[in-house]
Write a protein that binds this ligand. Sequence first.
Ligand code: NIG
Ligand code: FE
Length: 407
Amino acid sequence: MWDRLWINTHLATMTDAGPYGAIRDAAIASAGGKIAWVGPQAELPGAPEALTSEVIDLAGRWVTPGLIDCHTHLVYGGNRAREFELRLEGASYEEIARAGGGIRNTVKATRAASEEELRAGALPRLKSLLAEGVTTIEIKSGYGLNLETELKQLRVARGLGADLPVTISTTFLGAHALPPEFEGDGDGYIDAVCAMMPEIAKSGLADVVDAFCENIGFSYEQTKRVFQTARDNGLPVKLHADQLSDLDGAKLAADFSALSADHLEYTSDAGAQAMAAAGTVAVLLPGAFYFLRETKQPPMDAFRSAGVPIAIATDCNPGSSPATSLLLMLNMACTLFRMTPEEALLGVTRHGAQALGLQDSRGTLEVGKAADLCIWEIESPAELAYRIGFNPLLTSVKDGRDVELGN
Ligand code: NIG
Ligand code: FE
């Protein structure tokens, strides 16, 4: 009847049925790569062996949904360790960007890299995330800033999903920074980004369109043009919003029914309310907050009282968050943003799925969703956010099959 049945387990289903949607002394089954049954083991419709050919006894271990990292820039060339040193000597992230470094440094290295080199660089980062139970990841372009290189990044991103057991959602981030050939001509570059959009849409390589709305990125009006063009080309949007200053990015994202608005340290209460009304997820990125030594907290109370779903992600990128541990982000979300361990875990499961528009197929343990599972050596789900630098994953399961990463 079923392909696989896990018994003697506790489930953090992450539905809204009580804390963590927990079901103790539970069982969960898969069939055809999907979850076929979830519930208290005592309610199984028969003896385990009669229900499936494979019974797995988890001896009291916890199962959560496979983790979702809904904001990364995983595919890029080079690294920015030298800028890390410069910042420690006193230069700010903005100063480095204005002096032509920052994102532009990575653009240079990414343009120069072959697809094979980009892939070889991204693989160990992706494997590090997968080793902690990530089963779905978003990957952005944005280090090409011309059609050819943006498509190259997106192809590499998609290709990683074909080779490893992970679902990949891709994002076109052409409006990430001003490339040197458009120096002094932000509007001209936005024209160029809009002109790339039909090709990007036609290629099928991008699921969503993103932009960086910031003083060192693009203005409200420029971002709006990108969003309108995305809409004209049938692509949904999301936004790097209000990271270093309040340009009303959260409101702009909400006006375009964005899947998510991300960073959000400087978002106003009105911005949070607009997001709630639009169903836009707040994606918080504690790794970037930490690594840039930011002090302005995202408006947590406003998000909570307005009922904005909050997701957490690594923002894995060479400049502001060279992070490849999603579990560490859970801890940071709690310590830096005062999230609860339950909110943090929701942020990398149910709300992470929502940020990618994948809430119907992933993010919770419910019948009909993908059988993406993490099996943990923990005594309570809060331990996932509690530890620092420890990986209690026993196995993850992708579409019903055990994940084996090899070398
Ligand atoms: O999410 N804020 C803009 N983009 C990235 C950083 C990119 C970089 O510095 O390379 C971010 O923080
Ligand atoms: Fe980012």
